[in-house]
Design a protein around this ligand. Structure first.
Ligand code: NAD
Length: 500
């Protein structure tokens, strides 16, 4: 019998309403290709209980002083910083990404915790004195209530941390539905929040699949939904939850291009393409999946990328490898299937990741880094978000053709230009219809005090994650117009109020 991971409700592990008779799903160690534990799949009754607990907790947490909330955030920051290695190790054992990459993920989440420590300053209201004679106007930011967070498998620690530190620091209470593929870090973070002094019930975790998600989306006591995942589900989440009157931010999938101009430093470009294409086995929403090479540099660039790919060590993330396995066997097979599509569509497989030599168990979910040249823009290899270690090269004749290609895609998450021409970079920043732009930077994930989010099919709603957008999303503003009456004022006047 393997371990079964419980939900986390009201400050303790919770087996859910059905207990051992309820549904569960397997959790794999992807480097071994074996089931390491099972996770409970919450029902609508479990979501209802967690929301009820969070609603009860909101009665006091929503009223807690700003100082109290800030103390908890600072304590959480200290604990997380001291024990981040532990979190990274759990993450690697369920996601597969190499330990150094897992540590990087935790560090980027920690950034948002640090941002949230400044909430007293960030969520301050405004005051205007004497807007009319003896009348003051001020605005305050109040929490929403119970907020729902639904996260994807590829950043099981960082993506929840894009949201919950800001939600909690602004006085909301949380129900998180993590990915069922790598769920353990959510419970670990819940226990750490408790250790940091967070009252029970403020942060709850309900594990599961569509059933738990659907229950959150329509629950009348859930005020908002923060979702990150693939585009079809992001659209569904956005449409379902907004129809129920909720505030929704829903970040979707991506297909990120890197435009390389002929004057670029091709060694820097090759390093960047390999790092951003194959880091985390390409399972990043900000991965570079298409190199758009402005001729005549494509052949030289491909040689440099290929050289570097030959040096990558693929294997178990707990050893000193560069790239780990994919998340599941099914996903690995799906990604590998695109290599057949590439061949059928007439593209040229420069490096074929099938049959890769691996420093790890034979049953791990492996696929080696793959480089495909001359990819037709009509091929599914180009149009689909593959979400694996597959880098495509598309050759274009000019900067203008490259930008046109980028803007024709349905997604608009991230993109990058590599050039030494400041004018071209500036023009690209203006002309690319994409939410996050890198200039000689391949994965332009903004720091915690600038918000993260794409355009078009990469983001539904108008709120990006964290930064100023995060503070706005998790608060609602109240404007107060106040007058302390002098008894000489008064009398009837049905006209619209004007300032005197
Ligand atoms: P996913 O859409 O399959 O799952 C995301 C969440 O939705 C999970 O919690 C899952 O349990 C739930 N879910 C899945 N199917 C559902 C359904 N039919 N109904 C209701 N809920 C459902 O995504 P994933 O495979 O876990 O993550 C990878 C995807 O996430 C990629 O498309 C990637 O680009 C995207 N992503 C985007 C960003 C971003 O910031 N834009 C960041 C990370 C990941």
């Amino acid at each position: 019998m393997t371990e079964v991971l419980d939900h986390w409700i009201a400050g303790r592990p919770d087996a859910g309403a059905a207990g051992d008779a309820g549904r569960t799903g397997p959790v794999y160690d992807p480097a071994l290709g074996q089931v390491s534990k099972h996770v409970r799949f919450g029902s609508a009754a479990d979501v209802d209980r967690a929301v009820g607990v969070a609603r009860e907790a909101f009665a006091s947490w929503g009223e807690a002083s700003v100082a109290k909330r800030q103390q908890v955030m600072f304590a959480f920051r200290e604990l997380l910083n001291a024990r981040k290695g532990e979190l990274a190790a759990i993450l690697t054992s369920e996601h597969g990404k190499v330990l150094s990459d897992a540590a990087g993920e935790v560090a980027r989440g920690l950034e948002v915790v640090e941002f949230a420590c400044a909430m007293p300053q960030l969520a301050k209201g405004a005051f205007s004195q004497n807007v009319s004679t003896d009348v003051d106007v001020y605005s305050v930011k109040e929490p929403l209530g119970v907020v729902g967070i639904i996260s994807p498998f590829n950043f099981p620690a960082m993506v929840p941390m894009w949201f919950f530190p800001i939600a909690i620091a602004t006085g909301n209470t949380v129900v998180l539905k993590p990915s069922e593929k790598d769920p353990s870090v959510a419970n670990w973070m819940a226990a750490l929040l408790q250790e940091a002094g967070l009252p029970d019930g403020v942060f709850n975790v309900v594990h599961g699949d569509k059933e738990a998600v659907d229950a959150l989306l329509v629950h009348p006591d859930v005020a908002s939904i923060s979702f990150v995942g693939s585009t079809p589900i992001a659209r569904y989440v956005y449409e379902t939850a907004t129809a129920k009157g909720k505030r929704v931010q829903a970040l979707g999938g991506a297909k990120n291009h890197m435009l390389v101009l002929p004057d670029a430093d091709l060694d820097l470009v090759a390093d960047s393409a390999v790092n951003a294409g194959f880091g985390s086995a390409g399972e990043r929403c900000m991965a570079v999946s298409v190199v758009v090479a402005v001729e005549p540099i494509a052949d030289e660039l491909i040689d440099k990328i290929k050289d570097r790919m030959g040096k990558l060590v693929i294997g178990d993330g707990r050893r000193s490898c560069d790239m780990g396995p994919l998340i599941t066997r099914e996903h690995r097979d799906k990604v590998a299937g695109y290599l057949d599509v590439a061949e059928a569509d007439g593209a040229s497989l420069v490096v074929d990741g099938r049959g890769v030599e691996v420093d790890g168990a034979a049953d791990g979910f492996w696929l080696g880094p793959t480089l495909i040249d001359k990819v037709a823009t009509t091929s599914a290899v180009y149009t689909d978000e593959i979400f694996g270690p597959v880098l495509s090269v598309v050759r274009v004749a000019s900067y203008a053709e490259g930008v046109e290609l980028i803007n024709a895609g349905p997604y608009g998450n991230g993109t990058a230009i590599f050039t030494n021409d400041g004018g071209a970079a500036r023009r690209f920043q203006r002309e690319a219809e994409v939410g996050m732009i890198g200039i000689n930077v391949p994965i332009p994930v903004p720091v915690a005090y600038h918000s993260f989010g794409g355009w078009k099919a990469s983001l539904f709603g108008n709120a990006k994650a964290y930064g100023p957008h995060g503070v706005e999303f998790f608060t609602r503003e109240k404007a107060v117009t106040s007058r302390w009456l002098d008894p000489s004022h008064g009398g009837l006047n049905l006209g619209f109020p004007q300032h005197t």
